[in-house]
Ligand binder design. Structure first.
Ligand code: FMN
Ligand code: ATP
Length: 247
């Protein structure tokens, strides 16, 4: 998987020679419906022997516009998770004023001429281009209905719902929606260890976490997502953690 983390201006020549299968979205948390979309793209790319291109953003465009931050997982974790679906390219577009003002026509031209998009896989509520003027109907108009695969939305699962479950300490419900345990990352801020991801307020209490070696530990999460535990700072900051349950 080739990774590009760039502005769209710097991605105007990717030397693409083959028509591709393109998936676009923010995919925060990579929950089970996101996983279904990625599986579909992976299977289609294998069947049709076409490159699979995953397009995402370094922050959610809506959050950039509202100046908010509430991601469930880091970009590094997203890369690791998406890599399991074997895309040929992972494109993380830098969200800035230039990108949000990119018109729907410019974005379509980029998909057609630079990515050589042949099939696009998107959700029914996908919007794109300045002032969110482009939608699934626009894609069908510029491509054709058979080139656009639309995923119907199931309203029970969303990254917003998972954020609320973090607030409520409902870890087992989160694991069900993700079909895995949620990743948790720590940082040292003003000499205190806090949770870096997810960027949501945790219900205070004691939680069990495990690392890449499947070693299990207990941590206490206090006000402002501050951590108390017996682990060394070094281990908390460097291991790869998932959250298993709330005691
Ligand atoms: C290249 C590109 C540019 C976009 N520009 C805007 C924009 O200027 N304003 C906007 O509201 N949404 C824009 N969107 C759509 C947003 O990603 C998002 O779908 C929309 O803001 C609705 O978000 P919400 O569901 O959080 O309300 C753009 C999307 C893409 C891919
Ligand atoms: N519950 C769901 N059922 C079906 N498709 C979904 C569901 N949640 C997200 N998707 C689809 O996954 C793709 C990537 O989602 P993206 O993160 O860009 O937007 P989203 O709709 O805000 O997802 P979410 O609300 O879960 O964050 C989109 O095509 C979206 O429609």
């Amino acid at each position: 998987m080739k990774i590009f983390q760039e502005t769209i201006q710097n991605l105007q020549d990717l030397n693409q020679t083959q028509n591709s299968i393109v998936v676009i979205g923010y995919f925060d948390g990579l929950h089970k419906y996101h996983q279904q979309i990625l599986n579909k793209a992976k299977q289609l790319a294998m069947k049709q022997k076409k490159p699979f291109i995953f397009v995402t953003f370094d922050q959610k465009i809506g959050n950039f516009l509202k100046n908010e931050k509430h991601d469930l997982i880091s970009q590094t974790t997203k890369i690791k998770l998406v890599n399991q679906y074997n895309p040929d390219m992972y494109i993380e577009l830098k969200v800035d004023d230039y990108l949000v003002n990119y018109s729907k026509e410019q974005f379509i031209r980029w998909l057609k001429n630079i990515l050589l998009a042949d099939t696009l896989i998107v959700g029914q509520d996908f919007k794109f281009g300045a002032r969110a003027m482009g939608n699934v109907d626009t894609l069908i108009e510029y491509f054709s209905a058979k080139q656009i695969i639309v995923f119907k939305r199931n309203n029970i699962i969303s990254s917003q719902e998972i954020r609320e479950l973090v607030n409520q300490g409902e870890i087992q419900k989160i694991s069900k929606q993700l079909k895995r345990c949620l990743e948790i990352e720590f940082e040292n801020k003003d000499n205190e260890i806090r949770i870096k991801y997810p960027q949501s307020k945790f219900m205070n209490g004691t939680y069990q976490i495990s690392n890449q070696d499947n070693e299990k530990y207990e941590i206490t999460i206090n006000e402002n997502n501050k951590i108390n535990c017996d682990l060394s700072q070094e281990q908390l900051l460097n291991d790869h953690w998932q959250i298993l349950l709330k005691k």
